[in-house]
Design a binder for this molecule. Sequence first.
Ligand SMILES: CC(C)CCC[C@@H](C)[C@H]1CC[C@H]2[C@@H]3CC=C4C[C@@H](O)CC[C@]4(C)[C@H]3CC[C@]12C
Length: 436
Amino acid sequence: MRRRCLNNGNEDHVSIESLTTDKANEDLSYSKRRTKLPEPVEKEKGVSLWSMIKDNCGKDLTRVCLPVYFNEPLSSLQKCFEELEYSYLLDRAYECGLRGNGLMRIIYVAAFAVSGYASTDCRPCKPFNPLLGETYEADYPEKGIRFFSEKVSHHPMVMACHCEGKGWKFWGDSNLRSKFWGQSIQLDPDGVLTLEFDDGETFQWSKVTTTINNLILGRVYCHHHGTMNISGNRRYSCKLTFKEQSFLDRNPRQVQGVVKDADGTKVATLMGKWDESVHCIIGDDASKVKSHGSHQSTGATLLWEKNKPSANPTRYNLSSFAITLNELTPELKEKLPPTDSRLRPDQRHLENGEYEKANAEKLRLETRQRMARKMQESGWKPRWFQRDSEDGTFRYIGGYWEAREQRKWDGCNDIFGNLSSSPKLQPSTLYASSSI
Ligand SMILES: CC(C)CCC[C@@H](C)[C@H]1CC[C@H]2[C@@H]3CC=C4C[C@@H](O)CC[C@]4(C)[C@H]3CC[C@]12C
C-alpha cells in the first residue's frame, strides 16, 4: 500500500479501511519508511544570509526572525535522535561486554560517540528551535530502539532525551553555549551523556566544541574539535581527540583515540574521521598507527563507516535516516501527543515546500514563544523529565509510552495552537507585518 502524501492538505480524511489494514501491518510499518521528502509545492527561492544582515543592520538582532529559508525541516529534538543513527554500535558494545570483552565494549562506545557527528557534514541549514514543552518520539523497532525527547527549558535552551535499546539505555541533556565571532559561531555543548548497559556498566562523556564557519561569505560548514573523555565505572577509559582545524589542512576532520586500562597503560588506539569511518588497533603499539597515517592503517579493524548518502538529499542534504524522522503517517498521527515536532505547522509547511505559509506560521509561533520566559518564571515544569536535585541533570520520569498506549495526554497542551485547521488565519497578512 502506498503512503499518503501529507502535502495535499486533506490529511484529516483518513479512511477506516486504511487504518485497519495498517494496524494489521503495524509491525511491518518501518519497512515502508519514506525514502524522499515530498516534492516542494512552491519553487525554492534564494535568499542570502548577507542580504538578511544588510537589511537588518542596526536592528536588535534578537528581534530579527530568520525566514524559514535558512531552516531544514527538522527540529533540534529530531536532530538529537539523528545522533543515534548508528545505534547498532551500542548493541555490539553490549554483546562484547556480555562475552567478557570489556575492551571491545569501550571501543564500540567510542566509535558510537564519534558516529553521532557524521550527519553534520554538508548540512547548511538551521534546525527548528523547539517550543517549550515540545516533544519528539521515535519508535524504531527495526533498530531495536525507542527514543524520546523534550525541550525542558527555554532560557537557557535545554533539551533532554532518553533512549532505550537492546541491552542499554542512553540519556542526557544539552545546553549549547554560543559565541558569535562575526564570520563564525562557536558552540560549546554543556551537559553529560550517560550510557548504562543492562549488566550495570556505565559510561559518561561530553560533546566537543563545534564551530560553524563562513556565515557571511562562502559555503557554511561546521567543524568539531576538542577532547572527549569517555569514563566508565569499570576498567577502561578512553580519550578521543577531535583535531583542531588548521589552515590548508590536508587531513581534516581526524579523530584519534587512546583507550587506557585502570592502571593507565595504553591498551588500544582508535583513529578515523568523523565524517567517514573509525578503525582500531588493539595493543600499545602507537608506532604502527603513526607510520600508516590515519584510518588506512593496515591491520586496523574497521569499527564504523558512514552510510551511503541518500539518492534524494535535496538542498538540505539529509541522509536516508534523517529523511524518515519527520514522516507523519495517518496511523502515527493518531497516536502522537499534541506536542510532537511532527505536528509543528511551520516545519511541516517547509517540508512541503510551502514557504509563505511556513514563514507566517513560524512568525506566529515565535511571537507566542516570547511568553515562554514568563511561563518558566511562573513555575512551568517539563512534563516528562525532572531535574535531579544532586547533579542538576534532567532524567526521564517515565510513563510516555504508557500514556501513548492509552492516548491519554493529560498535561500535554496544544502548544502549536494548530491554526492550520482554522480558516480565519491569513498567512499573507501576518507575513507582511514581519520585520523581514
Ligand atoms: C543561518 C544558517 C546560514 C546557519 C546554518 C547553521 C548550521 C550549520 C548549524 C545550526 C545549528 C547547528 C547544530 C547545533 C547543535 C549541534 C550539537 C553538537 O553537539 C554537534 C553539532 C550540532 C548538530 C550543530 C551542527 C551545525 C548546525 C546545524
